[in-house]
Write a protein that binds this ligand. Structure first.
Ligand SMILES: NC(=O)c1ccc[n+]([C@@H]2O[C@H](COP(=O)([O-])OP(=O)(O)OC[C@H]3O[C@@H](n4cnc5c(N)ncnc54)[C@H](OP(=O)(O)O)[C@@H]3O)[C@@H](O)[C@H]2O)c1
Length: 213
């Protein structure tokens, strides 16, 4: 499958590398694609780079991995290319203000989420929240003593969530579908929870797992 990965940061790199390793084709997008040339040169013939709009157009599925405060503008600039496509939204609404006692600050409030803002900005795209509640180092084939961790997802389009479920299984995750876009109000703050051990005690190798009776 062809993936567009919008983002030149560590999340874009981890997911692009993981998707290439599973046999997919990937075009990574950036405002300055030239800075991704060294990555492309080392990533093999199925890797490409381009501006955001080109990467969005290339992907049958698109991964959004840009800074939270730039996410609405980034998807709006690619709106035409994203119409009808599954967009895996990895972003978190982290504010520029520093963490308080290890707790990140968000620019969204209660009854709000970045995923819902993205879906409202580009109604024709099919946003699915995923990968937002784990560090980039564990996004692909997470190996932890407790077995495969759980990725919490949500979104309004059932077909898009089905597609993301297949991709998550390829990348070594169990899946918990929490329903429609509003569930992002609960999923996005898991990023705060995930980061607290890291910011307070420099512990970063963990992931969430839903234990069911
Ligand atoms: N780091 C993690 O482990 C982790 C884990 C889970 C979720 N997340 C979330 O995943 C997203 C990506 O995180 P990251 O750490 O890989 O990278 P990041 O530093 O948060 O974002 C880098 C990307 O954001 C784009 N960007 C920044 N300002 C922009 C602007 N004003 N307009 C358009 N694009 C802009 C950059 O574009 P250029 O390429 O043009 O510079 C770059 O592609 C974030 O929302 C983050 O909260 C991160």
């Amino acid at each position: 499958m062809r993936f567009g990965v919008l983002g030149s940061g560590v999340v874009g790199q981890s997911l692009a590398d993981g998707l290439l390793a599973k046999g997919h084709e990937v075009m990574r997008g950036s405002r300055e694609p030239a800075k991704l040339e060294p990555w492309r040169a080392g990533a093999g013939p199925r890797a490409r780079v381009g501006p955001f709009t080109e990467a969005a157009g290339f992907g049958e599925v698109v991964v959004l991995a840009v800074k939270g405060s730039a996410a609405v503008a980034a998807v709006t600039s690619c709106a035409e290319a994203l119409a009808g496509k599954t967009v895996i939204d990895t972003t978190n609404p982290i504010a520029d203000a520093p963490p308080v006692n290890g707790v990140l600050q968000f620019f969204t409030g209660p009854g709000d989420s970045l995923l819902e803002r993205l879906q409202a900005a580009v109604p024709a795209a099919r946003f699915v929240k995923a990968f937002s509640c784990v560090g980039n180092a564990l996004m692909v084939d997470p190996k932890l003593p407790g077995g495969p961790p759980t990725m919490f997802i949500c979104g309004n389009h059932e077909g898009a969530k089905g597609q993301v479920g297949t991709i998550l299984a390829q990348l070594g995750w169990e899946l918990e579908d929490l329903g429609a876009a509003e569930a992002a109000r609960a999923i996005e703050p898991l990023c705060m929870l995930w980061c607290i051990p890291g910011l307070r005690q420099n512990r970063w190798r963990h992931a969430f797992k839903l234990l069911q009776g």
